[in-house]
Design a protein around this ligand. Structure first.
Ligand SMILES: [Zn+2]
Length: 337
C-alpha cells in the first residue's frame, strides 16, 4: 500500500523574509512571501549605488526574477529616487504610491516626479487608508495581509480636511505643523499569522499621534521599522508605546537619523528586546547607539550590509540576522501562544 497525492506539495514551506537594504539614510525594504511573491517599499536615492544594492539583494540574495509590487511611500528623493534605474535592472510589475502630487511643494523635485511617471507609464495605483495589497496565501500557511493605515495625510477612518494637529490623549504634545510630504507617507501593517510588522515611511509626530489616538489603529506589533529613519521629528513616544514592539530596525545613515532621543525611547519600551541599526550613527556616542552586534555597517565607507528578518512558516518565531557579520538571533512572535 502506498499513499500518494500528486497535488500535495512536499517542498518544505518557506519563511516570510524581510530585507532592510542599506541605502544610507534612505529607505528600501524588500518583503518576499513564502510563495516567492515580492514587495519592495521605497527605492533609495537617485544614482547607481542604491538601485544597484537593491537589485543585488533582490536577484542574488533573494533569488527574485522580478519585483511584483512596489510602493513609493512619498515623494522625497531618498524614497522614490532609485526606481527609474532599478526598473532597468529587474522588472517591476505593479506600482503603488500615495497619489501623484497635484501642486508639488518645494520639497518635491519635479524631475523625480517626471522620471517616476516615465517609469510607471500611467500604471500606478493610489493607496488610501483601508486599502490592501493581496498576496497569494495558501490555506496551509498562516494568512498574510498588508493593510494601509495611513496615506495622503489621513489615517484610517478620517475624512479629507482633518487638521494635522488633533489634540488627543493625556500626554498630548504637538510639534509644529509638518508642511513636507513626509506627512503624506503610506504607512501599513503587514500581518503573517501571529507576526506583525509596521512600516510608516517618513510619517511625522502629529499624524503618528492620530494613528494611535483616540483608537490604536495599529495594535501591538512585533517589529517596527523606525519612522523617518529614526529621526526625532518622528517617532512620537505615544506611537511607540502603543505599538510596543519587541524588535525595532532603524534604516538610518552614518549621519542621518538614528537620533539619540529616538534610541532612548525605543530602549525604554516595556517589551523591547533588540534595536537594530543599518548604520552606526557617527554623530552620537556609544551609549546612544545600539550594541555593535546589532549594527549592520560600522564605518562611513561601508559595504552596504543589509539586515535580514525571516519569519518561520508557522509564524511563531523569527530570526533577525546581519549576514555579513554572521550574526543571528531568534525571537518569539508576540502571539505565538
Ligand atoms: Zn526619508
Amino acid at each position: 500500500m502506498f499513499f500518494c497525492c500528486a497535488s500535495v506539495n512536499y517542498a518544505k514551506p518557506k519563511p516570510l523574509d524581510i530585507y532592510f537594504v542599506d541605502v544610507e539614510g534612505g529607505a528600501a525594504t524588500l518583503i518576499v512571501t513564502p510563495l516567492g511573491e515580492s514587495l519592495l517599499i521605497d527605492s533609495g536615492n537617485p544614482g547607481d549605488r542604491d538601485p544597484d544594492r537593491i537589485a543585488h539583494v533582490a536577484r542574488d540574495v533573494a533569488g527574485l526574477k522580478q519585483i511584483d509590487h512596489y510602493i513609493t511611500t512619498h515623494w522625497h528623493q531618498d524614497h522614490v529616487g532609485g526606481i527609474p534605474r532599478l526598473a532597468t535592472l529587474i522588472p517591476v510589475i505593479h506600482f503603488y504610491d500615495r497619489g501623484l502630487p497635484e501642486n508639488p511643494t518645494s520639497d518635491i523635485s519635479p524631475e523625480l516626479i517626471a522620471a517616476y511617471k516615465q517609469t510607471v507609464q500611467g500604471k500606478s495605483v493610489t493607496l488610501n487608508p483601508g486599502d490592501e495589497i493581496k498576496f497569494q496565501s495558501p490555506k496551509s500557511l498562516p494568512s498574510l495581509r498588508l493593510r494601509v493605515l495611513a496615506a495622503g495625510g489621513l489615517v484610517l477612518g478620517e475624512q479629507p480636511g482633518v487638521p494635522q494637529i488633533k489634540p488627543c490623549g493625556p500626554h498630548f504634545q504637538p510639534q509644529p505643523e509638518d508642511k513636507t510630504d513626509n506627512v503624506n507617507s503610506v504607512g501599513f501593517l503587514l500581518t503573517f499569522g501571529g507576526f506583525k510588522f509596521f512600516d510608516g515611511g517618513d510619517l511625522t509626530w502629529n499624524i503618528e499621534n492620530r494613528l494611535v489616538c483616540p483608537k490604536n489603529l495599529v495594535g501591538a506589533i512585533d517589529v517596527y521599522q523606525a519612522d523617518h529613519h529614526g529621526t526625532d521629528v518622528s517617532n512620537n513616544p505615544t506611537l511607540l508605546r502603543a505599538l510596543n514592539p519587541r524588535v525595532a530596525v532603524i534604516d538610518n545613515g552614518p549621519r542621518k537619523g538614528g537620533d539619540a532621543r529616538v534610541y532612548a525611547t525605543l530602549t525604554s519600551l516595556k517589551e523591547i528586546e533588540a534595536v537594530y541599526q543599518l548604520h552606526r550613527n557617527l554623530r552620537t556616542n556609544d551609549k546612544e547607539n545600539t550594541m555593535s552586534g546589532y549594527i549592520a555597517n560600522e564605518e562611513e565607507a561601508c559595504q552596504g550590509n543589509f539586515i535580514k528578518l525571516s519569519v518561520e512558516p508557522g509564524s511563531k518565531s523569527y530570526t533577525v540576522s546581519i549576514p555579513a557579520k554572521q550574526i543571528s538571533r531568534n525571537y518569539r512572535t508576540r502571539r505565538s501562544g
